[in-house]
Design a binder for this molecule. Structure first.
Ligand code: GLC
Length: 552
């Protein structure tokens, strides 16, 4: 072994210990007064993210796009949209991120382009142009061929097929009708998209977040999807409007694709680049994106089960056990509670800062990569925006859903509600944009109470708790790289308990997930608590603690 190999292998594993801060660029910080966030705005706020202790930043798409899905409809992959800046500014951002010892993860939308992408315009223009087979086109059924080829629905709820009179054919979309799926059975498409990945890797990005990687391939025989009893998708089942999306998602070949992409990324090994995929579905199946048939694929896959698991000790214990079962070393689970598609953490916690702290303690002390969404560290709430005012394309296509049903639901249908601007201070527009500008979405009404400036000054704020727990994780090998054992002896209906262990160092994490006071089961040396006041022998309601169990 050469003297350097230990540290080199250590470095290759950086992603296992990392912490991720997810930025929705439109909503983070507007530097030029147009009411939408931008790249110079992110550069200006890098010190803030660094101060919180995060290592990795994942930024939602900022390439050229008609912005119908705010960047997830890409019209030019190797560009920077003028909404956000230009390539030179992106390079500056990357340099500034790296100068702080941090990493940057690029959001890569491989599954589909915008229907305004030049490739698609060409492909849609006739049946015999050079790009004719770059997307998924099929003849319709019926005498006139105007009935869709099968019954597939898209993940956004709409029908998956759109008729194009120019080709007298149907076009397939796994998501919204303006996001046509690329045809990965065509080797030219795969080569073109892998070259796009190389373009950004050459720029120096540290990895990719892969948008709906579960949708890359679909059944070539186009078999009809079976019926389901479910109306809305859950984190267990890919079903929507009474249909199980069996044949258009999670196809065998999508797992093989993950391994091919791994090879592309491994061409760039210093420093090691990473792949994190977005997929719904059972952990026992989607772990195949990471390791399948003896081949390495993605480094990690989002586990959305955490989003919907009830905030109760037995449910969290079962979830942890599943994650450990399906993502044992050298695999690594992810810990995801929110993103730009889901409701805000504090709102799911009923507005309770206490619970939000406890959730953060869990997220940063468990075995797994924590992904947090900008603003959840201060508790930005879900901002109610009626469907009829929605700028989000999903909201627009669900305008017919009665508003009272949406209001009752814990989850959002109008994704604007979790994309409202960051709250920086108590000035007008919460410091997100100039006082005389119009922010693209309303700022949360309670921004005078909830904002970064204020929480930085309050020692017991949610923000300062994030800082403390992230710092503890960064400094403690057992927490960022150790193994996890559930402390079954202390787990009850009210309490979740687990150990983190590295060598002779052993820590016990106790989470009182109830509104009752609980006796602490052993003498302890507390490293961190969600509560600054209380008694050593008792856990306050919703208090969590990290304690030294053994230390050498
Ligand atoms: C993913 C993104 C979502 C986007 C969709 C289509 O689910 O998280 O925001 O609309 O893919 O690209």
């Amino acid at each position: 072994m050469s003297p350097n190999s230990a540290s080199a292998s250590e470095d290759a594993e950086w992603w296992k210990k990392t912490t991720v801060y997810h930025i929705y660029p439109r909503s983070f910080f507007d530097s030029n007064g147009d009411g939408i966030g931008d790249i110079p705005g992110i550069i200006e706020k890098l010190d803030y993210i660094h101060y919180l202790g995060y290592e990795t930043i994942w930024i939602s798409p900022f390439t050229e796009s008609p912005q119908k899905d705010f960047g997830y409809d890409v019209s030019d992959y190797c560009s920077v949209s003028s909404h956000y800046g230009d390539m030179a500014l992106f390079e500056k951002l990357l340099q500034e991120v790296h100068a702080r010892g941090m990493k940057l993860v690029f959001d890569l939308v491989l599954n589909h382009t915008s229907n305004e992408h030049a490739w698609f315009k060409e492909s849609a223009s006739s049946r015999d142009n050079p790009k004719a087979d770059w997307y998924i086109w099929r003849n319709g059924k019926g005498r006139k061929g105007t009935t869709p080829p099968n019954n597939w629905r898209a993940m956004a709820g709409n029908k998956a097929w759109t008729y194009y009179p120019e080709r007298k054919q149907f076009n397939y979309t796994a998501f919204l009708p303006f996001q046509p799926d690329l045809n990965y059975d065509n080797p030219e498409v795969k080569d073109a998209m892998f070259d796009i990945a190389r373009f950004w890797l050459n720029k120096g990005v540290d990895g990719f977040r892969l948008d709906i990687i579960s949708a890359i391939y679909e059944d070539p025989e186009l078999r009809d999807n079976p019926l389901s009893f479910r109306l809305a998708p859950s984190d267990k089942s890919l079903s929507i409007f009474f249909q199980h999306l069996k044949h258009n998602f999670l196809h065998e070949k999508s797992f093989e694709f993950a391994a091919e992409l791994r090879n592309v990324v491994d061409e760039f090994d210093s420093p090691r680049r990473i792949l994190i995929g977005e997929s719904h579905g059972d952990e026992g199946l989607i772990n195949r994106f990471c390791y399948d048939k003896g081949r390495n694929g993605l480094n990690a896959i989002f586990l959305f089960k955490a989003v919907s698991t009830p905030f109760k000790a037995p449910n969290y214990r079962d979830m942890l056990m599943r994650f450990e079962e399906h993502f044992p070393e050298p695999l690594m689970p992810t810990l995801v509670f929110a993103n730009h598609d889901r409701t805000r953490v504090i709102s799911r916690m009923g507005g309770s800062v206490e619970k939000a702290k406890l959730l953060a303690l869990f997220q940063f002390t468990c075995r797994g990569i924590p992904f947090t969404y900008f603003g959840d560290e201060i508790g930005i709430p879900r901002v109610r925006i009626p469907l009829r005012h929605g700028k989000d394309a999903i909201a627009m296509q669900h305008k017919w859903v009665p508003q009272f049903l949406v209001d009752r639901s814990a989850e959002i249908l109008n994704r604007d509600e979790c994309r409202t601007p960051m709250l920086w201070n108590e000035e007008a527009n919460a410091g997100f944009c100039h006082v005389s500008s119009q922010p693209w979405l309303p700022v949360a009404e309670n921004f005078r109470e909830i904002n970064v400036e204020r929480q930085m000054a309050e020692p017991d704020s949610l923000l300062n708790f994030y800082r403390k727990v992230i710092r503890l994780r960064n400094e403690t090998r057992a927490l960022n790289a150790g193994r996890l054992e559930i402390a079954h002896e202390f787990c009850t209906r009210k309490m979740l308990a687990y150990y983190r262990i590295a060598g002779d160092d052993k820590y016990l994490v106790l989470l009182n997930m109830s509104k009752y006071r609980l006796k602490v089961p052993l003498d302890n040396n507390v490293l961190l608590s969600t509560h600054t006041q209380g008694e050593a022998a008792q856990l306050q309601p919703f208090e969590g603690r990290v304690m030294v169990a053994a230390h050498h």
